[in-house]
Design a protein around this ligand. Structure first.
Ligand code: FES
Ligand code: FES
Length: 205
């Protein structure tokens, strides 16, 4: 069985066991953007292959000259060494690769590097300030909201964006806000608890 098929099988098996919040966090297939494009399409005109893109990454100006067909994810991980942004499915379905583009979550595996031109990119590496974790990171640590941790950068960045737009979301709004971010370890309950803790940091440990 292919890895993606195994994931779907696991999700189906676990959701059948009655983890209703898990079901809410998995976007229905009909709503997913079905993009199965090749990583490198060909042939393309030569002028599409080279681009100089300027953007802000975690508050610093960045200039990259690269093949315009590469994804933002590839450039972040391979050129800039920002490996906190994870490669999950590469098909737009898991959101492990989420970064913030002008404060909104995007799947960096689906964004061409040229989409970053003139914009503000934030990755997990840019959240902590002066050696102090961001309050959302703190909340995830306090709730132990991670097992392998692979989904966590995407979950945290999506949460940061959600709380900017809605500082006091209800549990249902949190579920809706994280809809589509898949945790392969199925740690959804502690993740939702962590987001609630970030909303209300004085919550008892
Ligand atoms: S790696 Fe899965 S959505 Fe981007
Ligand atoms: S994927 Fe392992 S903690 Fe979410």
């Amino acid at each position: 069985m292919k890895p993606v098929a195994i994931l779907r099988h696991q999700l189906k098996t676990r959701t059948k066991a009655g983890w209703h919040e898990n079901i809410a966090l998995v976007r229905p297939r009909s709503e997913r953007r079905q993009v199965l494009r090749p990583r490198i399409a060909s042939p393309l005109p030569i002028d599409r292959m080279n681009a100089t893109v300027q953007f802000t990454i975690n508050g610093k100006q960045q200039r990259v000259s690269t093949d315009s067909r590469r994804t933002l994810l590839d450039v972040l991980r391979e050129d800039l060494g920002l490996t906190g942004t994870k490669y999950g499915c590469g098909e737009g379905e898991c959101r492990a690769c989420t970064v913030l583009l002008d404060d909104r979550p995007v799947r960096s595996c689906q964004a061409d590097i040229t989409e970053a031109e003139g914009r503000k990119v934030q990755t997990i590496e840019g959240l902590a300030q002066d050696g102090k974790l961001h309050p959302v990171q703190e909340a995830f640590v306090k709730e132990g909201a991670m097992q392998c941790g692979y989904c966590v950068p995407g979950m945290i960045l999506t949460t940061v964006s959600l709380l900017k737009r809605n500082p006091k979301p209800s549990r249902a709004q949190i579920v809706e806000g994280l809809n589509g971010n898949i945790c392969r370890c199925c740690g959804y309950v502690s993740i939702l608890n962590a987001v609630e803790r970030a909303v209300q940091p004085t919550k008892e440990a």
